[in-house]
Design a protein around this ligand. Structure first.
Ligand code: HPA
Length: 273
């Protein structure tokens, strides 16, 4: 599929007409970080299935709706449920959500995810502010004809995780009960968790945490020059760090435990942006 601007504009026009909202901050909620959605005041919800030219969320712990509203007095749109390549979506399709948010007027994007810790100093329940990422699977969401309206064919990603937003998030960690680190996220396509050997390789390459999302949205935001903050909630030690198997339930339970302090932390970040 090669996209044109009009393709994304159709979704944005629908949403603008339906909600009458002009959000300034876009927030993507990762696995089981959905409870943050309850913090949104004056909400207007739109199911993904009702949005023309949009995608459908297939993961049980992802709700599958856009929520427009107010957080800390700021106008936001929240993706409650995101799309992953392991659901069968191509990297190219995964540009859709962020481009639609951009067309809706979003100026700053916050991505959240659940991730496994590669760094042995991290613990489940900690948060990692992404400083950078590693993605060695050879694909890119920007593959195919470039849509010039969003950005240039070749684009810089050295500052894609916006330094000022990273500093803000680290500064705001001071008053929080969360342990907040800054580190490098490594993308693995999943849906299987990584092998212990892959985690050893990730560590040797400089990764601090691993996960199955975020990089497509981050690259799409970088392409259109959108300021970006990405946060990982560490839900487990990555494969082989502890001598026991990993499970989706372990990830869900850890995300649930941290939901409240994480929501409070997110609200402070939104207020300060
Ligand atoms: N690996 C990949 N994705 C994840 C993990 C993990 O250990 N934990 C939560 N999401």
């Amino acid at each position: 599929m090669s996209y044109t601007s009009a393709y994304f504009q159709k979704s944005a026009d629908f949403l603008r007409t339906k909600t009458g909202r002009t959000p300034e901050i876009g927030i993507v909620l990762g696995s089981c970080l959905g409870p943050f959605a309850r913090e949104i005041e004056d909400p207007v919800e739109v199911d993904y299935g009702d949005i023309p030219n949009f995608l459908l969320s297939t993961v049980a712990s992802h709700a599958g709706k856009l929520i427009f509203g107010t957080v800390s007095g700021r106008s936001v749109v929240c993706m409650s449920g995101r799309f992953h390549s392991y659901e069968g979506y191509s990297f190219e399709e995964l540009v859709i959500p962020v481009r639609v948010l951009r067309l809706l007027g979003v100026k700053t994007l916050i991505l959240t995810n659940a991730a496994g810790a590669v760094n042995r100093d991290y613990r489940p329940g900690d948060v990692m502010v992404l400083r950078d990422h590693i993605k060695l699977n050879g694909s890119s969401p920007l593959l195919g004809p470039n849509v010039e309206d969003f950005g240039p064919r070749f684009f810089d990603v050295t500052r894609m995780y916006t330094p000022e937003l990273r500093k803000l998030a680290l500064d705001l960690a001071q008053g929080s009960s969360l342990r907040v680190h800054e580190g490098t996220y490594m993308f693995f396509p999943g849906p299987q968790f990584e092998t212990p050997a892959e985690i050893r390789a990730a560590r040797a390459l400089g990764a601090d945490a691993v996960g199955m999302s975020t990089v497509t949205e981050a690259l799409t935001a970088a392409h259109c020059g959108m300021p970006l903050l990405a946060l990982s909630v560490i839900t487990n030690m990555a494969a082989g760090v502890l001598d026991r198997p990993l499970s989706g339930e372990e990830v869900d339970e850890a995300a649930e435990r941290v939901a409240k302090p994480f929501s409070d932390y997110m609200k402070k970040i939104v207020a300060a942006i």
